[in-house]
Design a protein around this ligand. Structure first.
Ligand code: SF4
Ligand code: SF4
Length: 278
């Protein structure tokens, strides 16, 4: 069993209770127009280039037989400007848990959060890693766009669940994320019915998800779980196009990035749902 990890970040403040170590797992079934982790979307290792450093010498195209360059089609080690890096590291649960437990004291204060990408695409890897982290608080940040049975089993051993709900209208959800929201709504509905405490995160995208219709629609959907659901409104994070360009893509969002955001908590509070805006 191996997983594909594209980052491990320590001292994360908003990824669960306390200070967290967040593990970013590669691969996501969604294509959100505002995604600020474009390097986490594809479920394969890929190359990122620091375009500020690159001198276009072409040396990295040279074939090589380095272990770490395998499957990438370019040489990662040859760049004289240190501008090439591989995104995505294949790790076993033992390797990842060893890496995490180097800071055991810190983990015992906070915990480990699995994020992505969509971490539950690698549910088996999470389960096996979690088994090697006894006594450590675990959280997951998920799109909830996952087969219901996989979702149910994956969250069983997780202490804190943070699930996104971006758009309540199925057609708009498909337009902006590439997938319909029926799997997501089904998983969240069952979570509410189960009585588990969890957090729903709504990324606020100007003119897309922060509309009165969307926030009211989400509040109505979550009303049956008002005693166990907490809502967080997460403001749009203007991404630098450079992050997209570094992995060979363009960032051209079809919304006005600079439009003021509506951080309106009233639809939730009117229905008795605990809600905060960041
Ligand atoms: S080797 Fe480095 S500097 Fe040369 S083209 Fe590749 S990324 Fe750019
Ligand atoms: S669900 Fe998250 S990681 Fe996946 S595309 Fe959307 S914003 Fe990016």
């Amino acid at each position: 069993m191996t997983g594909l990890v594209f980052d491990v970040k320590e001292f994360a403040l908003h990824d669960g209770s306390g200070l967290r170590t967040t593990v970013f797992l590669k691969g996501c079934p969604l294509r959100c127009a505002w995604c600020h982790n474009p390097e986490g979307m594809r479920p394969v290792r890929e190359i990122a280039r620091d375009l500020k450093k690159c001198r276009h010498c072409g040396l990295c195209r040279t074939p090589c037989d380095h272990e770490e360059c395998r499957d990438l089609g370019v040489c990662v080690k040859i760049c004289p400007e240190d501008a090439v890096r591989a995104v995505g590291k294949v790790m076993t649960p033992e390797e990842l848990s060893r890496r995490l437990l180097k800071n055991r004291e810190f983990l015992e204060e906070g915990g480990v959060t699995f994020s992505g990408g969509e971490p539950l695409l690698q549910a088996g890897f999470i389960r096996e890693t979690a088994a090697l982290l006894p006594g450590i608080s675990l959280a997951v940040e998920t799109s909830a766009h996952i087969d219901p049975e996989i979702f149910r089993r994956a969250i069983a051993g997780i202490d804190e669940i943070y699930a996104d709900l971006k758009l309540i209208d199925p057609a708009l959800h498909e337009k902006w994320t590439g997938v319909r929201n029926d799997l997501i709504l089904g998983n969240l509905r069952r979570l509410m019915e189960s009585g588990r405490i969890f957090t729903v995160r709504v990324p606020l995208i100007p003119g897309v998800t922060d509309t009165p219709e969307n926030l009211s629609g989400i509040a109505s959907f979550l009303e049956p779980g008002r005693r166990t659901v907490r809502v967080e409104l997460i403001p749009y994070n203007p991404v630098t196009g450079a992050k997209y360009r570094s992995v060979g893509r363009e960032y051209r969002p079809a919304f006005d990035e600079k439009a003021p955001l509506r951080k309106d908590l009233s639809p939730f509070r009117e229905k008795g749902i605990a809600a905060v805006a960041y």
